[in-house]
Design a protein around this ligand. Structure first.
Ligand SMILES: [Zn+2]
Length: 267
């Protein structure tokens, strides 16, 4: 019948959504505190962006608080930035989707880590055009560390991924003379170390494709001058997260030609 199994899946997906929304809330706060050069930990409390009132636990429930308060701070009545709600929703939805895609597995865990770190880096890049070295590289460090336990071939895949991500963006920086930043290179080094070279290649491809689709029309409409810095980090991050869903299908398709049998990332 499979009904019990189906309901189990639903419960896991709902739990993943809730956990992902909480992770999104934390990631958003951490990213904004990083941008503001504040500490993430200790006695630093979350406050209303408008009035500075210290928020209570009931004001900080991901997604629900925003809906319940109708998007307004209940101390000062000023609108709460939609970004808080959007990041919680995106993180919750993507976490649930990754669980649906990969089940409760190591692949799910690694995919979620990559997605959360990518979200953090996209947020700081959108906020002040800066990708923080430590945030970008710690994903690669965690990814490579996990790969150590899976054997030399898997570790090599991660090292090649980091090298490809860093090398490709470096090449663009050198050719375009500053069209992209070193933050993008470190971002792709970190993601590449976690996902390996094949996914990194697809992530770069998707990132530039989506980035190009958004940026080229703006250039044509002259809303952007060629010299304006476009934050490409969020596009690269989005491309890599997309790859977490379809990368193994793409690798399988391409692998048919070279006799390569894919497994994501190493299971
Ligand atoms: Zn307020």
């Amino acid at each position: 019948m499979g009904d019990a199994h189906f309901y189990n899946d639903i419960i896991f997906v709902v739990l993943a959504f809730a956990g992902g929304a909480c992770a999104g809330s934390f990631i958003n706060a951490a990213a904004m505190r990083t941008v503001a050069e504040k500490k993430w930990w200790g006695r630093e409390r979350s406050v209303c962006d408008s009035c500075g009132y210290v928020l209570s636990a009931a004001d900080l429930v991901p997604i629900f608080s925003f809906l319940f308060l109708k998007g307004k701070c209940h101390y000062c009545g000023k609108p709460i930035k939609l970004r808080h709600f959007a990041v919680e929703l995106i993180s919750g939805a993507l976490t649930a989707a990754l669980l649906w895609r990969w089940g409760v597995s190591g692949a799910m865990l690694v995919s979620a880590l990559v997605m959360w770190f990518s979200l953090f880096n996209a947020l700081t890049d959108l906020e002040n055009g800066y990708i923080y070295d430590s945030a970008a590289l710690s994903l690669g460090a965690v990814g490579l560390l996990l790969r150590v336990f899976a054997g030399w071939g898997v570790l090599l895949d991660g090292i090649l991924g980091a090298a490809l991500g860093f090398g490709f963006i470096t090449l663009i920086i050198l050719v375009s003379r500053g069209g992209m930043g070193w933050g993008d290179a470190l971002l792709m080094a970190g993601i590449g170390g976690a996902v390996g070279w094949k996914y990194c290649a697809f992530g770069l491809y998707m990132g530039f494709l989506v980035g190009g689709i958004v940026v080229v029309p703006l250039l044509l409409k002259r809303k952007l001058k060629r010299k304006d810095a476009v934050p490409l980090g969020p596009f690269l991050a989005a491309g890599c997260v997309f790859t977490l869903f379809i990368g193994n299908m793409l690798v399988a398709r391409f692998g048919e030609f070279i006799g390569y049998n894919p497994g994501w990332p190493w299971w």
